[in-house]
Design a binder for this molecule. Structure first.
Ligand SMILES: [Zn+2]
Ligand SMILES: [Zn+2]
Length: 257
């Protein structure tokens, strides 16, 4: 028996395998590949260029912060159709093998042009093509971390003390700043809020407390410092958890010369 497309009557023997009773062309016409919103809001931090996806801020990354924000926002809002024996599913673009995707913002027209090329069903002989134009609004805001920085928020004071030469003191400071920089790559909210010189050393105002502890144990390991930590109750968070401010005293051994 000859199998043919129920929509247009094309023969399977001539047009390639039928999918859900349709020929290759009718199947592609009936099933859009791309599911995109009509409008999007792209939120960028005006200070550091981070962008907001859902409720979470993400680092700006390399290159143009706004272009990165647009691309990341679009990608997290796109779905691609995928038909298998389990039925039709709409999945994230990165879950579809061999999908090609182009995101092209047209800033003057406030439109993002998205084009995709891929297969909705694996029996498709050729990938199909689909596109959408998404209207977008660029919103400038202040991210969580820049908000904390500008408020000079800190969880811990690292009090570095010892009879140090100026050179030694600035060397130690540099090591700690480098540590904070590396930590901020893993955890966005890790930073030094402020540095204050003291008569015998300096104070670092640090977020979060885990970074301050990491700094202290490094100074212990590398320079033989003694550490003493204390905590002061300073109030409650909105959900009723007790809030502490930590002080970590790091006493460096005096230099022998
Ligand atoms: Zn057909
Ligand atoms: Zn920011």
């Amino acid at each position: 028996m000859k199998r043919f497309c129920y929509k247009c009557g094309a023969l399977e023997a001539q047009q390639g395998p039928l999918i859900k009773g349709m020929c290759q062309r009718c199947f592609a016409e009936e099933n859009r590949l791309l599911q995109a919103p009509a409008e999007l809001e792209v939120t960028v931090c005006g200070r550091c260029g981070a962008h907001l996806l859902g409720k979470r801020w993400h680092e700006a990354g390399e290159g143009d912060a706004i272009a990165n924000a647009i691309r990341a926002t679009v990608l997290s809002n796109l779905k691609v159709a995928r038909l298998s024996d389990a039925g039709m599913k709409f999945v994230h673009p990165h879950e579809v093998p061999e999908l090609e995707l182009w995101v092209e913002p047209k800033l003057a027209e406030r439109v993002i042009n998205v084009r995709v090329k891929g297969k909705v069903h694996e029996l498709q002989v050729k990938p199909q093509f689909d596109e959408a134009n998404i209207k977008f609004m660029l919103k400038r805001s202040t991210c969580d971390v820049c908000g904390l920085k500008s408020a000079r928020h800190y969880e811990a004071i690292l009090q570095v003390r010892g009879k140090l030469t100026k050179e030694k003191s600035s060397e130690v400071k540099k090591i700690l700043q480098r540590l904070a920089m590396n930590a901020s790559k893993r955890e966005r909210n890790a930073f030094i809020a402020n540095v204050e010189e003291r008569r015998e050393g300096f104070d670092l105002y640090v977020n979060p407390v885990s970074l301050a502890r990491q700094m202290a144990s490094m100074l212990k390991l590398e320079l033989g410092a003694e550490i003493k930590e204390s905590a002061k109750l300073i109030g409650q968070t909105r959900n009723g958890r007790r809030k502490f401010r930590f002080s970590i005293l790091v006493r460096l051994p005096s230099e022998r010369n």
